[in-house]
Design a protein around this ligand. Structure first.
Ligand SMILES: *Cc1c(COP(=O)(O)O)cnc(C)c1O
Length: 391
């Protein structure tokens, strides 16, 4: 059997035809496909506006700008995530305030968010303990502006209590739904759970455009702002060369947009196939000693399977399991590695081991197994047999 890849895009002749069709036209950027893609995405999630950008990271960056986050401002976010969700805060010279996760759902802990919001808006000593060690002693006045929860692994964070805390202090909620397209929280679609949400379409995501992302929101003023910011700060309604703000080239090209349109048409099929593969894994691993299968919260009315991540019992050495699987030709990944322990974050903010104990203990024990909608049951068997033998 060929080596099982960590992930694979799910592409058909429809995607091939869609991209080829664009190449037969002169419109390779700022053409009709981006509008079709945006309208289809807005309809899919039930949002008023959808704005396509060239990556999930670009989309999150523009949300941080729209939230009015500037130099020295504070944004609450989990340390258990892909590094982009914290990096976008740094792009605006703001400060990520990490809040630990719930050990079951692996999403930001809503009770801790409420405490952090209370303490940070009160200021003084109570606020200090939430700040990164390296800036704790600085006396600058810092304003909490936003909360940026992450829907980790395709499971929405617990937004109702987060919304309560945010509304008490007029904070913007930016939903990082980059891993969660199609997921549902209490029947509401991921992407629409905050004031603004972002999806990502890198090839390992549930649907892909190669590189790409999409911002969704109900705020009309932000729709116009995002369109301007992604296109060098040009005024949307005025002259072609009127730049009213600092902008970026975060545009999505037409080939990517056409690919996105074709993938979005198949989204139910894509999600269902991934659900089926996750089900095969669950069946085989639910009774395996030392292995914990993914936990689905009661608030998650639909899981959107992005990755399949198991947790190993503390007595099992995760890195040895990875190495032993690799010997058998099975790739696997530690996922996520805590953001606060990345060398750059340690250096800049003075974080150390022990600062976020839940994130760290979870991160030590998590293992992402090969996963995609195109995996066969035989491949899942092969991974599970190898895992059983290794453990
Ligand atoms: C994929 C992802 C992003 C954005 O990724 P891009 O590669 O920039 O599209 C952001 N946050 C999370 C949690 C992600 O998984």
């Amino acid at each position: 059997m060929d080596r099982i890849p960590m992930s694979s895009p799910d592409l058909t002749d429809a995607e091939l035809a869609a991209v080829t069709q664009v190449l037969r036209t002169p419109h390779l950027s700022i053409g009709p496909q981006i509008e079709v893609f945006e309208r289809a995405m807005a309809a899919y999630v039930g949002a008023q506006y959808a704005i396509a950008v060239n990556s999930g990271t670009s989309g999150l960056h523009l949300c941080v700008i729209a939230a009015g986050v500037g130099e020295g401002d504070l944004v609450i976010t989990p340390p258990f995530s892909f590094i982009a969700s914290a990096n976008v805060i740094l792009y605006e010279r703001a400060i990520p305030v990490f809040v630990d996760i719930d050990p079951q759902t692996l999403n930001i802990d809503p009770a801790l968010v409420a405490q952090a919001v209370n303490d940070l808006t009160r200021g003084g000593k109570a606020a200090q303990k939430w700040l990164p060690p390296a800036i704790r002693t600085q006396s600058a006045i810092r304003n909490l502006k936003a909360i940026l929860p992450v829907d980790a692994f395709g499971q929405p964070a617990d937004y109702d209590p987060i919304r309560e805390a945010a509304d008490r202090h007029d904070l913007v909620i930016i939903e990082d739904a980059c891993e969660a397209i199609g997921a549902e929280y209490k029947g509401r679609k991921a992407g629409t759970l905050g004031d603004v949400g972002v999806f990502a379409f890198y090839p390992n995501k549930q649907m892909t455009t190669g590189e790409g992302g999409m911002i969704v929101t109900n705020r009309e003023d932000w729709d116009a702002l995002f369109r301007s910011l992604r296109n060098q700060g040009r005024d949307v309604f005025n002259g072609w060369l009127n730049h009213s703000r600092l902008g970026y080239n975060y545009r999505m090209d037409e080939m990517s947009a056409a690919l996105g349109v074709a993938q979005l048409r198949r989204i139910e099929e894509l999600l269902t196939k991934r659900e089926r593969v996750a089900g095969w894994y669950n069946e085989r691993l639910k009774d395996l000693a030392g292995v914990q299968i993914p936990h689905i919260a009661s608030t998650t009315t639909r899981m959107s399977w992005f990755v399949y991540v198991i947790r190993l019992s503390p007595e099992i050495d995760r890195n040895r399991v990875m190495a032993a699987l690799e010997k058998r030709g099975i790739p696997s990944r530690p996922y996520f590695t805590p953001i606060h322990l990345q060398p750059f974050y340690r250096e800049r903010f003075g974080y150390q081991k022990g600062d976020f104990p839940v994130t760290e203990s979870v991160a030590r024990s998590t293992l992402a197994l090969p996963f995609s909608g195109v995996m066969t049951e035989e491949q899942v068997d092969c991974v599970c047999e190898a895992l059983r033998a290794v453990i």
